[in-house]
Design a protein. Structure first.
Ligand SMILES: [Zn+2]
Length: 430
């Protein structure tokens, strides 16, 4: 087996791995201005997509140009998220010379779509491929590729649940009093299929997440305090996964909220695939608890004036209805902006946390409202990555999807693993 890394090495974004020039695992884009794409445009016989995030699926429509129609294998939610993301990309980038696809390509995705559930092996480009639940977002999968000689496990993005591994006591319970660990939206990754080679993500290889129960408690206390003081809380959240997680957290603690942006449609879509969320009843309740904003700016300004909580895209304040809410609430220190995930360097969200200001629609605005950040990560942290890899002590580990892949590979080597971090465009013979 031969792997070529076309992106997502030494970086988070544009993940793409070509197996033997015939099977492509993910084909993402790196958001930014301008966005970046994998380093070459392969012509695979089949495509397998791990999950519906832009950095894993964002460039997939461009594989359907000319006469090329490789089948695309994914879970049903990933297929739907891929279409949503592609349409959003066209809205933002369409018409620009560097957008590698058009509406026509996006339309073709339906013709070649091959949906599969977890644990159901299927054939793709002559390989046997199986998805395992990765615990990252609904529909996210670890991808096992077997050519009859070598078993390759591509972890893609995953979450193992609470710090402390699966033996640690669960830190909180759901409404039925059942213990839960990790995210409320999806169950943690627990399957560990046998593999000879593991391509492992490393997004948080040098981070220890705060215990989830404690993040939730701090977040809810902070939100409730602002509401009691008469303020407005804006909760910027990524549309896919995080928005739904925040609705679940707020509902679990009986905090009413509004929800706005692309996350509203994603919430409705996920309820059409209840088998891919952890607790569909809880998500249905959370959806009913949240008031969906239909989207006129006049309505948004009236809501921003209320003593309430608003969950909205974008998660890093780089677009979406947050662009209307933030200028409305920014002048009053009673108000609060609670970021709910990692803020990439150069984004308005990062600027807000570090400097108390944000570039909104080309204007630099000082922000008097209080800004806080909470780590509701959907990725394994350093302990989670290690607990996962401890089950693959005899395998060859290839580290990708992180800012310091080489650093993590070195740490693993020092602990006796056979690990390395391929570079961009590198071909690895197995
Ligand atoms: Zn992801």
């Amino acid at each position: 087996m031969k792997l070529q890394f076309l992106g997502g090495v030494g970086e988070v974004g544009r993940s793409a791995i070509l197996v033997d020039d015939s099977l492509l695992l993910d084909y993402g884009m790196l958001t930014g201005n301008p966005p970046q794409f994998p380093v070459s445009v392969p012509e695979p016989d089949a495509v397998v997509v791990s999950h519906g995030h832009l950095d894993h699926v964002g460039a997939v429509p461009s594989l359907l140009s000319g006469d090329r129609r490789p089948p695309i294998h994914w879970t049903p939610p990933t297929a739907e998220l891929a279409r949503t993301l592609a349409r959003d990309t066209l809205k933002l980038q369409g018409g620009r010379y560097d957008c590698p696809f058009t509406e026509t390509h996006v339309g073709r995705m339906t013709q070649v779509s091959e949906p599969h559930g977890y644990g159901e092996p299927f054939a793709a480009a002559g390989y046997e491929v199986t998805f395992y639940e990765a615990g990252h977002i609904p529909g996210s999968a670890h991808v096992l590729v077997d050519d009859g000689e070598t078993r390759l496990l591509y972890t893609a993005d995953f979450h193992t649940g609470d710090h402390g591994g699966s033996d640690a006591p669960a830190s909180r319970t759901n409404r039925r009093g059942e213990p839960i660990r990790g995210q409320r939206l999806v169950s943690p990754s627990t399957d560990r299929p046998d593999a000879d080679v593991v391509v492992c993500e490393s997004t948080y290889s040098d981070v220890d997440h705060e215990d989830r129960a404690s993040v939730e408690r701090r977040f809810v206390d902070s939100v409730q305090q602002t509401v009691w003081e008469g303020g407005t809380v804006v909760v910027p959240a990524f549309a896919i996964g995080r928005t739904q997680e925040m609705l679940l957290v707020l509902d679990a603690h009986d905090v009413d909220c509004y929800v706005d942006g692309m996350g509203t449609d994603v919430t409705k879509m996920l309820l059409r695939h209840p088998e891919f969320v952890r607790d569909a009843d809880a998500l249905r309740r959370a959806k009913a608890n949240a008031r969906f904003v239909t989207g006129r700016d006049g309505q948004r300004r009236r809501i921003a004036d209320q003593n309430t909580v608003i969950v909205t895209t974008s998660g890093m304040l780089s677009g979406g209805p947050a662009m209307t809410y933030v200028p409305e609430v920014r002048g009053d220190p009673t108000n609060k902006i609670t970021l709910t995930g990692y803020q990439v360097e150069g984004t308005p969200g990062r600027d807000l946390i570090e400097h108390g200001r944000a570039d909104i629609d080309g204007r630099t605005m000082p922000i008097a409202a209080r800004a806080e950040m909470y780590d509701f990560s959907a990725h394994a942290d350093s302990a989670g990555l290690r607990s996962f890899l401890d089950d693959y002590a005899g395998a060859e580990i290839l580290v990708n999807h992180g800012d310091d892949c080489e650093g993590f590979a070195e740490t693993l080597r020092a602990d006796g693993f056979d690990a390395r971090a391929p570079g961009l465009g590198d071909v690895v013979e197995l």
